[in-house]
Design a protein around this ligand. Structure first.
Ligand code: FES
Length: 181
Protein backbone atom coordinates (compact mmCIF):
# COMPACT_ATOMS: atom_id res chain seq x y z
CA UNK A 1 0.00 0.00 0.00
CA UNK A 2 1.33 3.37 -1.00
CA UNK A 3 2.20 5.69 1.88
CA UNK A 4 0.66 9.21 1.72
CA UNK A 5 3.21 11.76 0.71
CA UNK A 6 4.51 13.91 3.52
CA UNK A 7 4.11 17.55 2.50
CA UNK A 8 7.42 19.27 2.13
CA UNK A 9 8.20 22.94 2.42
CA UNK A 10 7.87 24.52 -0.95
CA UNK A 11 11.00 26.03 -2.29
CA UNK A 12 11.21 29.82 -1.90
CA UNK A 13 10.61 30.27 -5.58
CA UNK A 14 7.39 28.27 -5.48
CA UNK A 15 5.91 29.97 -2.35
CA UNK A 16 2.80 32.04 -3.03
CA UNK A 17 3.68 35.68 -3.11
CA UNK A 18 1.55 38.45 -1.68
CA UNK A 19 0.85 41.41 -3.84
CA UNK A 20 3.31 44.15 -3.01
CA UNK A 21 2.01 47.26 -1.25
CA UNK A 22 2.20 50.30 -3.46
CA UNK A 23 5.18 52.48 -2.53
CA UNK A 24 4.37 55.32 -0.13
CA UNK A 25 4.42 58.71 -1.73
CA UNK A 26 6.76 61.22 -0.14
CA UNK A 27 4.96 63.20 2.56
CA UNK A 28 1.98 60.87 2.50
CA UNK A 29 0.93 59.62 5.93
CA UNK A 30 -1.30 56.68 6.50
CA UNK A 31 -4.81 57.67 7.45
CA UNK A 32 -5.47 57.79 11.19
CA UNK A 33 -7.90 55.25 12.52
CA UNK A 34 -11.44 56.55 12.77
CA UNK A 35 -12.34 57.98 16.21
CA UNK A 36 -13.89 55.53 18.59
CA UNK A 37 -17.64 55.47 18.37
CA UNK A 38 -19.86 55.09 21.38
CA UNK A 39 -20.65 51.49 22.06
CA UNK A 40 -24.18 50.36 22.68
CA UNK A 41 -23.94 50.52 26.51
CA UNK A 42 -22.44 54.03 26.31
CA UNK A 43 -25.32 55.18 24.15
CA UNK A 44 -27.77 53.70 26.60
CA UNK A 45 -26.10 55.57 29.47
CA UNK A 46 -26.50 58.82 27.58
CA UNK A 47 -30.18 58.16 27.27
CA UNK A 48 -30.36 58.21 31.06
CA UNK A 49 -29.43 61.91 31.12
CA UNK A 50 -31.59 63.53 28.46
CA UNK A 51 -31.23 67.21 27.67
CA UNK A 52 -34.40 68.00 29.59
CA UNK A 53 -32.73 66.90 32.82
CA UNK A 54 -29.42 68.74 33.10
CA UNK A 55 -26.93 67.22 35.48
CA UNK A 56 -26.63 70.61 37.19
CA UNK A 57 -29.47 73.12 37.21
CA UNK A 58 -26.84 75.86 37.26
CA UNK A 59 -23.13 75.89 36.80
CA UNK A 60 -21.19 78.85 38.23
CA UNK A 61 -17.59 79.39 37.13
CA UNK A 62 -15.23 81.78 38.90
CA UNK A 63 -11.90 82.81 37.40
CA UNK A 64 -9.54 81.68 40.14
CA UNK A 65 -6.46 80.62 38.25
CA UNK A 66 -5.99 83.37 35.70
CA UNK A 67 -3.19 85.84 36.32
CA UNK A 68 -5.38 88.76 37.45
CA UNK A 69 -8.80 87.85 38.83
CA UNK A 70 -7.80 85.64 41.77
CA UNK A 71 -5.87 88.25 43.75
CA UNK A 72 -4.62 91.22 41.67
CA UNK A 73 -7.73 92.91 40.25
CA UNK A 74 -9.80 91.85 43.23
CA UNK A 75 -10.43 88.80 45.33
CA UNK A 76 -11.61 86.09 42.94
CA UNK A 77 -10.58 83.39 45.38
CA UNK A 78 -12.70 85.03 48.07
CA UNK A 79 -15.61 85.26 45.62
CA UNK A 80 -15.35 81.55 44.90
CA UNK A 81 -15.16 80.66 48.60
CA UNK A 82 -18.15 82.87 49.45
CA UNK A 83 -20.18 81.37 46.59
CA UNK A 84 -19.43 77.84 47.80
CA UNK A 85 -20.45 78.80 51.32
CA UNK A 86 -23.69 80.57 50.42
CA UNK A 87 -24.77 77.96 47.87
CA UNK A 88 -24.37 75.32 50.57
CA UNK A 89 -26.20 77.42 53.16
CA UNK A 90 -29.05 78.02 50.70
CA UNK A 91 -29.47 74.27 50.21
CA UNK A 92 -28.56 74.50 46.52
CA UNK A 93 -25.65 72.07 46.52
CA UNK A 94 -27.64 69.31 44.82
CA UNK A 95 -28.52 71.51 41.85
CA UNK A 96 -25.91 74.26 41.60
CA UNK A 97 -22.24 73.59 41.00
CA UNK A 98 -19.63 76.25 41.77
CA UNK A 99 -16.33 75.59 40.01
CA UNK A 100 -12.89 77.10 39.82
CA UNK A 101 -12.01 78.26 36.35
CA UNK A 102 -9.00 79.43 34.44
CA UNK A 103 -8.79 82.74 32.61
CA UNK A 104 -11.82 83.80 30.54
CA UNK A 105 -9.68 86.17 28.43
CA UNK A 106 -11.54 89.17 29.86
CA UNK A 107 -8.62 90.13 32.12
CA UNK A 108 -8.84 93.59 33.60
CA UNK A 109 -12.62 93.36 34.01
CA UNK A 110 -12.45 90.82 36.78
CA UNK A 111 -12.90 89.14 39.06
CA UNK A 112 -15.13 87.40 36.54
CA UNK A 113 -18.00 85.03 37.24
CA UNK A 114 -20.17 83.20 34.68
CA UNK A 115 -23.48 81.47 35.34
CA UNK A 116 -24.80 78.82 32.98
CA UNK A 117 -27.16 77.88 31.44
CA UNK A 118 -28.31 81.50 31.42
CA UNK A 119 -24.91 82.62 30.08
CA UNK A 120 -24.91 85.56 32.49
CA UNK A 121 -21.49 87.10 33.03
CA UNK A 122 -20.54 89.25 36.01
CA UNK A 123 -17.51 91.52 36.22
CA UNK A 124 -15.62 93.19 39.04
CA UNK A 125 -17.28 90.84 41.52
CA UNK A 126 -16.23 91.21 45.14
CA UNK A 127 -16.97 88.79 47.96
CA UNK A 128 -19.54 91.24 49.34
CA UNK A 129 -21.48 91.03 46.04
CA UNK A 130 -21.97 87.29 46.35
CA UNK A 131 -24.92 87.45 48.75
CA UNK A 132 -26.89 89.38 46.12
CA UNK A 133 -25.90 86.99 43.31
CA UNK A 134 -27.05 84.03 45.36
CA UNK A 135 -30.29 85.52 46.68
CA UNK A 136 -31.32 87.31 43.49
CA UNK A 137 -29.97 85.10 40.73
CA UNK A 138 -29.37 81.59 42.03
CA UNK A 139 -32.45 81.56 44.25
CA UNK A 140 -34.67 84.20 42.69
CA UNK A 141 -33.78 83.63 39.04
CA UNK A 142 -33.17 87.35 38.42
CA UNK A 143 -29.65 88.22 37.25
CA UNK A 144 -28.03 91.09 39.15
CA UNK A 145 -28.00 93.83 36.51
CA UNK A 146 -25.58 96.16 38.29
CA UNK A 147 -22.86 93.48 38.09
CA UNK A 148 -23.56 92.22 34.57
CA UNK A 149 -20.83 92.09 31.99
CA UNK A 150 -21.71 92.47 28.34
CA UNK A 151 -19.23 92.63 25.52
CA UNK A 152 -18.76 91.56 21.95
CA UNK A 153 -17.77 87.92 21.39
CA UNK A 154 -14.16 86.90 21.95
CA UNK A 155 -11.14 88.09 23.91
CA UNK A 156 -11.21 91.39 25.78
CA UNK A 157 -7.99 91.62 27.75
CA UNK A 158 -7.26 95.17 28.84
CA UNK A 159 -3.74 96.57 28.51
CA UNK A 160 -1.88 97.41 31.74
CA UNK A 161 -0.05 100.46 32.97
CA UNK A 162 3.36 100.37 34.66
CA UNK A 163 1.68 99.43 37.94
CA UNK A 164 -0.23 96.55 36.31
CA UNK A 165 -3.50 98.44 36.59
CA UNK A 166 -5.85 97.70 33.70
CA UNK A 167 -6.19 100.59 31.28
CA UNK A 168 -9.75 101.34 30.18
CA UNK A 169 -11.51 99.39 32.90
CA UNK A 170 -15.09 100.68 33.00
CA UNK A 171 -16.43 102.36 36.10
CA UNK A 172 -19.11 100.53 37.97
CA UNK A 173 -22.46 102.33 37.66
CA UNK A 174 -23.70 103.59 40.95
CA UNK A 175 -26.71 101.87 42.39
CA UNK A 176 -29.83 103.86 43.18
CA UNK A 177 -28.86 103.62 46.85
CA UNK A 178 -25.35 104.98 46.13
CA UNK A 179 -26.80 107.85 44.12
CA UNK A 180 -28.65 109.15 47.16
CA UNK A 181 -25.44 109.35 49.21
S1 FES B 1 -7.45 86.43 34.75
FE1 FES B 1 -9.61 86.32 34.99
S2 FES B 1 -10.37 86.63 32.99
FE2 FES B 1 -8.22 86.55 32.72
Amino acid sequence: MAQPKTPTNPSPSSRPTHPKKPPRKAGHRPAKPAPKRATQPEQENRADTPDEQPIWRRHVFVCTSGSWCPAVDGDGLGVHARLKQLVAEAGLKATTRVNHSGCFDQCGHGPMVVVYPENVWYWGVQPEDVDEIVSEHLIGGRPVERLRYRNTPGKHKLPRDEHDRPIGRPQRKKTAADATL
